[in-house]
Design a protein around this ligand. Structure first.
Ligand SMILES: [Zn+2]
Length: 383
């Protein structure tokens, strides 16, 4: 019994002392990233790092912590107030829970820069942090528009004024309608950068299809906007891919699912490419089957794009490129890659910058050059 108690104490102590603090300087700002549990045991280490930050500097403090006790909060808050008093700025981003924000709300006086929900966070998380007022869900759009006018619209005045005359996007970005896919967020782009086509499953019906929506976007992007890149971006946990894998497009005709059924039939080629016809998805764990199908789907849709004469001509002349892209939630990643012509996705596994797909049974490989991280327009243009 004593041994069990001692082991429990050791495990608890290990957990409470697990803390990493990393600092780096990027673009003139000091970035401090803290991982682990912030308790009084870690305060000396954290305080030591914070003391090395030059006075007057702009600091981003990212807290990836599962716990923060009062001593740790006091240490951060005191440093913050002092740093801001000497002309510096501190932007605290709590990735998991708002430990600092909650303690800060109870503590007075507050720091000069009031912690608030990040601009990219979903509405409900930002309301919890007090960054936006609590409103009825039906009023969220209106409240969001008010916040946009109050905090962002004026700052965008010159950019939007310039863009009002014309836009010159770098890419046609084809992606899923899934609300978790935020093209401008995962590509660190802004207004005017991406001409975006969204639909269920990021599908591009073949040239000549009766559905003209995708074709119209492709033709406009290529012929009028002259985009140098055409990107198809798939994503993890895609409901459309799951429905496709489950054969929803072949299910019984029901009034309420007529359109989704018909639309998903555009993904049959992706199923074949993933090897579903030969049972290659059947024996896999569901998550792996879904990952393979999502990747096969991107490759398939890129192939469909090449069936559009305007795209093929631009690609063959070297004026446009067609990379694939995959975004995942756990961990949050955006990976861009160039499929090899005639490739099978079965061997491709984007995820590492040096990834080189092994030859597939079909003699090809899905992934050519892989670029991990955000989509950088110049990279898409020049690689
Ligand atoms: Zn999706």
């Amino acid at each position: 019994m004593f041994i069990g108690f001692a082991l429990a104490m050791i495990v608890s102590l290990r957990r409470l002392t697990k803390l990493t603090v990393v600092t780096e300087e990027r673009a003139g700002r000091v970035h401090v990233t803290v991982h682990g549990s912030l308790t009084f045991l870690g305060v000396p280490r954290l305080a030591h790092v914070l003391r090395t930050i030059p006075a007057g500097s702009s600091v981003d403090l990212d807290l990836h912590v599962d716990f923060m006790d009062h001593a740790a909060f006091e240490a951060i808050h005191a440093w913050r107030v002092d740093h801001e008093r000497t002309g510096g700025s501190v932007d605290i981003d709590e990735v998991h829970e708002n430990w600092y924000a909650r303690s800060s709300a109870r503590s007075a006086p507050a720091a000069k820069t009031i912690p608030k929900g990040r601009w990219w966070a979903p509405w409900d998380m930002r309301r919890e942090s007090g960054a936006v007022p609590a409103v009825n869900p039906l009023g969220l759009l209106t409240a969001g528009a008010r916040e946009y006018h109050a905090s962002t619209a004026d700052r965008m005045r010159s950019v939007m004024s310039r863009l009002s005359h014309r836009h010159n996007p770098t890419a046609l970005f084809v992606t899923c309608a899934d609300s978790r896919v935020v093209p401008n967020l995962i590509t660190a782009s802004g207004p005017g950068d991406l001409f975006t086509l969204r639909n269920v499953g990021n599908l591009v019906p073949p040239h000549g299809s009766s559905d003209g929506s995708a074709g119209a976007a492709v033709e406009y992007a290529v012929n009028v906007l002259r985009v140098p890149s055409i990107v198809v971006c798939g994503h993890s946990h895609c409901g459309a891919m799951r429905a496709l894998a489950e054969g929803a497009h072949q299910g019984p005709v029901e009034e309420e699912s007529t359109h989704i059924r018909r639309w998903l039939a555009n993904g049959e080629g992706s199923l074949r490419r993933a090897g579903a016809d030969h049972g290659e998805l059947a024996g896999l764990p569901a998550s792996e089957a879904l990952r393979r199908l999502a990747q096969a789907n991107v490759v398939e849709q890129l192939g469909n794009l090449m069936g559009y004469p305007v795209v093929r001509e631009r690609v063959e002349s070297g004026s446009s490129r067609c990379p694939g892209c995959t975004t995942t939630w756990r961990p949050p990643r955006c990976t861009c890659w160039t499929p090899r012509p005639g490739s099978s996705p079965r061997s491709g596994r984007p995820g590492r910058a040096r990834a080189r797909a092994a030859p597939s049974p079909g003699g090809g490989s899905a992934v050519g050059r892989v670029i991990v991280g955000r989509v950088v327009p110049s990279v898409l243009l020049n690689t």
